[in-house]
Every structure is written in C-alpha cells, then in structure tokens.
Design a protein around this ligand. Sequence first.
Ligand SMILES: NC(=O)c1ccc[n+]([C@@H]2O[C@H](COP(=O)([O-])OP(=O)(O)OC[C@H]3O[C@@H](n4cnc5c(N)ncnc54)[C@H](O)[C@@H]3O)[C@@H](O)[C@H]2O)c1
Ligand SMILES: [Zn+2]
Length: 698
Amino acid sequence: MTKAAAEPLSDLWDDAHAADLDEPGLLLYRSNLLGSDLRITNFGGGNTSAKITMTDPLTQKPITVLWVKGSGGDLGSMKRDGFSTLYLDKLESLKQLYRGIAHEDEMVALFNHCTFNLNPRATSIDTALHGFVPHTHVDHLHADAVIAIAACSNAEELTGKVFGGTIGFLPWQRPGFDLGLKLGAMAAQHPEYVGVVLGGHGLFTWGPTSKAVYQTTLRIIQQAADWLAGHEKQPAFGGPRCNAAAPEARRASAAALMPLIRGKISRDERKVGHFTDAPEVLEFVNSRMLDRLAPLGTSCPDHFLRTKIRPLVLPYDHQSDSVETLANSLDGLLEAYRDDYSAYYQRCKRPNSPAMRDPNAVIYLVPGIGMFSFAKDKATARIASEFYVNAINVMRGASGVSTYVGLPEQEAFDIEYWLLEEAKLQRMPKAKSLAGKIAYVTGGAGGIGGAAALRLLGEGACVVLADIDQEALEARIRAIVQKFGRDSVVGIALDVTDEASVVASFHESILAYGGIDVVVSNAGIASASPVEDTSLALWQKNMDVLATGYFLVAREAFRLMQRQQCGGAIVFVASKNGLAASAGASAYCAAKASEIHLARCLALEGAPHGIRVNTVNPDAVLRGSKIWAGEWRQQRAASNKVSEDELEEVYRQRSMLKLSVLPEDIAEGIYFFASDLSAKSTGNILNVDAGNAQAFTR
Ligand SMILES: NC(=O)c1ccc[n+]([C@@H]2O[C@H](COP(=O)([O-])OP(=O)(O)OC[C@H]3O[C@@H](n4cnc5c(N)ncnc54)[C@H](O)[C@@H]3O)[C@@H](O)[C@H]2O)c1
Ligand SMILES: [Zn+2]
C-alpha cells in the first residue's frame, strides 16, 4: 500500500474560518492548506489561482483580475503578497502577439505589461496555464500519486482508466505559453473534465469556488493513490536485494562517508550535507530495481531541478565490505559522475546555453545505509532530499503498475539550462562570507559562545552549539531558530571533559551537516582561590575543562578535518589571564596558558593540512556571561572592594581604552579567525580586552 492510501488525505476546509475571508483570502487559505501536505505537492512546487472581480484603480470599473502564485515561494507558507495579479483581458490579448513555440519565452516579459495594481511580485512560467483555463479557480499540483501515473510509459491510457473520463491528458511539454494555450483549449472543449494530467509532470484541476476546487484536487489525488495501491505489483521495486544495516551502523557509516564526499565535492564551493535513512529511502536503495531505476532520472521538472538529472549510486555491500573499502573507491565514482554529467551537457547544450554548472551529484544513494544530499546550504540540501523522496514515491507508484519513464534527456537539459531559470539564478543575492561552512561551537549556551554563533550564522554558516547546560542550550536554540530558521542550527549535549562525549558530538554534527570547517573551542569555567587554599579538585577541574577539554575538542577537529581534506579554522577562546599572570587564580590562569600554548603547537601540526589554529583572548566580558553571574563575580567584587554592580565600571576604568568589552566584541575576533579574512594567519593571538599592557604579546 502506498502511504497516501494508508492515510487518506484529510479535507481540512473549515467553513467557519472561510466565512470571514474575501476571495483573495480564500485563495490564500486554500493554497496554504494544499501546501501543508507533501503528498499533495512538493516543497515550492505547484501553484493556485483565482479570477477575481476587482475595481480598476484607473477607471473605477469592475474588471477581472487573475491572482496566481508568483515565481518562487511555497504554497504552504506563502502570504497574500506571494501572488502576482494580472488584468485577465490583457493576458488574453497576448494571444494575438504570440509568434509560436520557438518564441514562447518572450511572452514571460510581456506578462509584466499585464500587471494589475503595480504588484511587484514576479509572474511564474505557469501564469498562462492558469489564465487560459476558462474556469474561475485553478490548482496545479505535483502530487506524487498523480505524477506516478503521469510518468508511466502508458500514462494517457492509465489516466483514462483511473479517472474514468473526468480528467484529460496532455503529453509532456515544457510549461509555458504554448502549453497554456493547449490546456485552455482542452478545458474549453471538454466541459465534463474537472482537470488534466500533464504527462511526466503533474495535475491541473478547476472548479467554481475555492472550496470546490480544493475538494476536487484532494479527491483526484486520493483516487490516484487508491488506484495505485489497489493495482500495484508486490513486492515494491522487485523486492530487496540486500537488507539495511542496523540503525547504529547506518549512522556510523554515514558519519564516516559524509566528510569524505563533502571534501571531494567542495573544492569550488563549500557544500552542506543532509542524511536520511527513512524507511521509503531504505526500501528503494536496498531494492533489486535500484540499478535500473536510479539512472533513468526523475520525471517532474521540479524534481530534477533540485536533485540533478540523476543520483549517484555508491555500490556497497555492508555485509561483506568495510566502509573504508567504499571510501577508497570514492574518487573514481565521483569522477565518473562528473564525466557523465559533462558528457550530458556537451550532448544537449544549445548555442546560447549558460556555462556548465557544478558537475557533482546532489543525491548519493548507498545500499544498506540510506541517502546523502549535498548543496550550497542546509535548506537546499534538505529540500533536495525531500524531493528525491518524492521521486522515489513516483518511481514506486509507476513501476508498481507499469513501466516508469524519466524525462527525455534533451527535455531535462532544456529545463535545467533554461535561460529563464538562469535569469532566476542570476537574481540570487551574492553568497555570504561563510556560506556553505559549518561551525561547531563549544560552550554555545554561554555568553561568548552565543554571540559567536549569531555572528557566524549572520555570515551564512550552519552552527552546531554544544554545551553541558541542556536547559540554557535549548533556550538558545529556540531563539536562534526563530531568527534564522530550523535548518542552520542544532544543539548537542556535550561534556568537553569526557572523551566519548566529545567524539559523539562530532559524529552528531557530521550527521547533521556532513562535516565541519570551523571549531570554536570556548566552553569554560572560572575560579579564584589563593594557591594555598586551592584544592586538588579545583585545580583538576580547571585542567579538565580548559586544558584537557580544549585538547579533546581540537583532537577530534583534527581527525575530522584531515579526513575531510579541505582545511579548517580552529579558534581557541582562551583569556587575557593566559598571558598575564594574576594573583589568586593560579589554577584558571595556568589552564588558560596551557590552551594558548596548545593552540600554537597545533598551528604547527595543522599548517600542512590547511588547518589554522588561532586564539582570541577576552577579558572582563561581564554581560551575558554565566561565569560572571556566580561566585566569580562576588569574589572579583570583593577583591576590588566594590559592589557587584560597580564591577563593570572598575574593569572599564582598568582598561587602556576605557571601554567595556562585550560578547559581540569577542565574537568579532572569533569571526575574523574563522573566516578567510585571516586566511594567512595561524598560531596567532588576538587580545580583545580594551587594552591591557600586561597581556601584550612578545
Ligand atoms: N567572560 C569573560 O570575562 C571571559 C574572560 C576571559 C576568558 N573567557 C573565556 O570565554 C569562554 C566563554 O565564557 P563566557 O564568558 O561565555 O562564559 P559562560 O559561562 O557564559 O559560557 C561558558 C559555557 O561553557 C559551558 N560549559 C562549562 N563546562 C562545560 C563542559 N564541561 N562541557 C561543555 N560545556 C561546558 C557552560 O555551560 C557555559 O554555557 C570561557 O572559556 C572563558 O574562560 C571569558
Ligand atoms: Zn508544475
């Protein structure tokens, strides 16, 4: 049984809610409902429209306006401003200007002349498909169950069988003005149709009201899913060729492979990874049909724009091979994929095609283990993975009832290298300085660690925050997710003094993002006590958290970065007290001095591998710091003979520049050493202490 059949799509329409909405509001409501279920449409895929009577701002007369989802955006999360609005009569008049299919792309620029009410939202390629259908409300969705039928070798015949003459069929054609004309004509000629299946692509449905078309859409998709479930050959994909490795072994293998792949495909542009071993993925990668289906490529244009024309299958038998055997053959496999891709580019390119893009695979399938995806940022990698799951569902549905066919290669190429797609890419903002980089920050729940995380996130990095304080960590992660979304940050429980915990935190980071480029070793404590009163336990604690903790984290960073083979930046957050002796805190000072010297030793060892190790020394960062919230603050206030509230002023006055040092100031130094701004510095120390002559380096 397919998933759609096992759990029927639910009709979420709420009449009470809808009663208060105007027509654009109803269109938005329906769009958000449709987009909330990935079985109805994939992320960012599909669009909806309504032809609404409105008042023309110039003539004050009623006219019909086409509201249609604009270019980009996602049905599930879009807002009212996600729709473009066009005078329907002007759009209709474009038919007279149309010069034929060879010139259809020029129509897209003309859509702008139809804009109603100066709406700046760019129109999508699918505008004509909505505008020319002579029905008020139109949905276009990429539902897996419908694409499965649309991607069968006998798609037209099946469409007739499944929908019993209520749904028409148009063979594959790249969406555009011409397909819009054909769709409009078919809808006009067949009043009995409630929609059309587009071969190799998806579904169009229509109706007189938002509620009616919503319910038709759901009903048609459910009908497709039920039919597939009732007719599919068992077992799916011809049954298993191998079993999945145990969950822990899958994760361990993924953690071993991802940094290797990442390093090898990140030479020109750093990539972020995503791993999944979801049941439907394992069923496919372990199946007998994997080798036959994977090379056919995906069908729906949305699928392969996100996942590339085809995935790379990494041949692996977890029962007989060690993961290192596969690791050793990666170079050849990746190279062969790149060669194939550039041969495809050469075969299909047109005189005006854009230059070849990155020839590396996006999707990597490993029997027994699961699927990796790599892209320029985490959201893109995760979404590519979700799209390939959509593609797996499609292949499963199609091959269960017929023969699955991918898009013809030239058609795929013409979409991938479509000049209109290229124009979209060119409009993207310039990448930020840490785009594609992954930073691991210890003590991330604390003041300085938190400020560093924000600085690195702001520059486009993904950040792993690792800390022993779970509660503070969760609160910090929640706040960051609100600001930067759920893809760019994860929190991991870590005790830097515990070897196994440090190793595990690196594994988890790899599974989250595929590797690590920046390590900020920052987790710390502070203590003060005259030497004669310093217990061995206190001494040991400072050594454990600071000296040993920094060693354990740096050692794991070295192991990973050497495996990943694309350099790295390690930043130690030590202390002014590691350079300047200070009475009454010998355990802390000695441990901090040990960090500083460890960084210099590691700079020597790291240089041949492009791993830079530098130190930032803060001093007296009172705000936001948990160290300064407790006993340390009382002791410092007492030894300065002031109240705790006056302490910040004491430190300000003590500094050469008479300035307070803030967590953001330390974060700036960390960012400097983490980024390529300091590409030519290693073994260095940057004091961020508002000036302290005792800490001058010499
Ligand atoms: N704040 C300052 O004035 C100052 C001055 C010099 C150096 N530093 C150094 O800066 C770093 C960050 O300090 P902060 O001011 O942000 O303090 P903070 O207490 O706000 O943050 C430190 C974080 O480290 C975490 N941590 C402690 N022990 C840990 C362990 N065993 N494993 C994992 N995490 C652990 C804590 O839970 C905390 O979230 C420390 O290394 C500190 O020594 C701070
Ligand atoms: Zn589409």
